[in-house]
Design a protein around this ligand. Structure first.
Ligand SMILES: [Zn+2]
Length: 409
């Protein structure tokens, strides 16, 4: 049972600088007003910024925290895939559950209230990781909404038995399906099979796509064509698309308009993209981070996300999306308040829209998913990597974090 209360003096992202009171009843936002007269228990936000939580639209819980089982010598995408493929042979449901829950328990106090996790499914791992992460979805529903995207990281057409495993996961309730065409020789057929399966189960699609710096070819063309052909606009996302960072401005803009027209959303994964790309260069190393804010300006739904945590794809990770927004702003050379606000949007409203979350936002009638940040505006949250102080999921307090205390002599 969730008790009713009033969160007082909270600044709401996107509603100007004046604080509001927010009444929570039965886990739902019942009223928002400058002052609410009520005898209900109050919590004082003391002017802090409140948001509906960060949304991580692309993370891999199943292969997080395996650095101690892998080596990183070249730091390339190919090495990361093969290292994880080898480690994956020893994954058990208990092992995946233990590592993934450790990662989730880092994300929750960072203020993340919704997450799309990609889960590897293939002929060897079968549904082992899927079953573990599905259990997490139920066990952590008190703090976070988890969405499971099953996908073939090691290829589909090249990897007999993998499609059957994907079908089994879809039959057992996978929320959506992903693809990884660069892992196959026949990328077009890979994309085609994923659209066919998605249509069969009426689920959305999230591809890993164009994860290199060669601008001479792209799989965006086929993904946009299929999105149009299947009327799947608004239901397809593509992640990485580092290739766009290697295109001249004119060509980039042609693709930005094409993605916007087709309703294909983009997730940029700054930490992984910086770590894995440009490895062939010994100086003037390209950043490989696609300019999501420029895509956004053309009407593409964009998000910035975590991707990997403590594995050969990304040997870092505190699961903080505000840190990822700051990292992106730094790499994309964004510094003024409107630009920093656009980075904030790409870890909040952008991914909520990409994931088609229908009840996201501090609005009357929405679930009381509320995260308090120790600042008064979104731009400074990004600039200063401001820490969340507390969070609520459907009106139930899900975490608190103490402010640092200085001990003056
Ligand atoms: Zn990924």
């Amino acid at each position: 049972m969730v008790d009713d209360f009033i969160l007082r003096h909270a600044r709401i992202a996107g509603r100007g600088n004046d604080p509001f009171d927010i009444a929570i009843s039965n886990g739902i936002i019942a009223e928002i007003a400058p002052h609410i007269a009520s005898d209900l228990r109050s919590e004082d936000a003391v002017g802090c910024l409140v948001l509906p939580g960060f949304v991580d639209s692309h993370i891999h819980l199943d292969k997080s925290c395996i650095l101690d089982r892998c080596r990183i010598e070249q730091g390339t995408l190919q090495e990361a895939i093969s290292q994880v493929a080898a480690a994956k042979r020893d994954f058990t449901e208990e092992d995946v559950y233990a590592r993934a829950s450790r990662t989730l328990e880092k994300a929750i106090p960072q203020g993340t209230t919704a997450m799309r996790t990609h889960v590897e499914v293939d002929a060897r791992i079968g549904l082992t990781s899927f079953n573990a992460v599905r259990k997490l979805k139920d066990d952590y529903a008190w703090a976070i909404d988890l969405e499971l995207c099953v996908f073939p990281q090691e290829g589909l057409i090249n990897d007999p038995g993998t499609e059957e495993a994907l079908v089994a996961a879809c039959e057992q309730g996978a929320d959506l399906i992903g693809g990884c065409p660069y892992a196959d020789n026949d990328r077009t057929q890979h994309i085609d099979r994923i659209f066919t399966l998605a249509r069969c189960y009426d689920i959305d699609i999230d591809f890993h796509l164009d994860f290199d710096l060669d601008p001479s070819w792209t799989d965006m063309k086929e993904v946009c064509r299929q999105a149009d052909a299947h009327r799947y606009g608004g239901r397809v996302a593509i992640g990485h698309v580092t290739k766009l960072s290697a295109m001249p401005r004119g060509e980039f803009e042609i693709w930005a308009r094409r993605l916007a027209d087709a309703g294909v959303a983009v997730t940029v994964l700054p930490s992984t993209d910086l770590f894995l790309t440009g490895r062939g260069h010994d100086h003037d190393i390209p950043r490989g981070v696609t300019h999501a804010h420029r895509l956004s300006a053309h009407g593409v739904t964009c998000s910035l996300a975590t991707n990997n945590v403590l594995n050969p794809f990304t040997p870092f990770g505190d699961c903080s999306l505000i840190r990822i927004a700051n990292l992106y702003a730094n790499v994309a050379q964004l510094g003024d308040a409107p630009a920093l606000c656009s980075c904030f949007d790409m870890v909040t409203r952008g991914p909520a829209s990409l994931m088609n979350l229908s009840h996201y936002g501090i609005e009357i009638g929405n679930p009381a998913d509320l995260v308090l940040l120790d600042c008064t505006e979104a731009a400074s949250a990004v600039a200063e990597i401001v820490q969340p102080l507390s969070g609520y999921k459907r009106g139930h307090r899900s975490f608190t974090r103490a402010r640092p205390l200085l001990h003056r002599p």
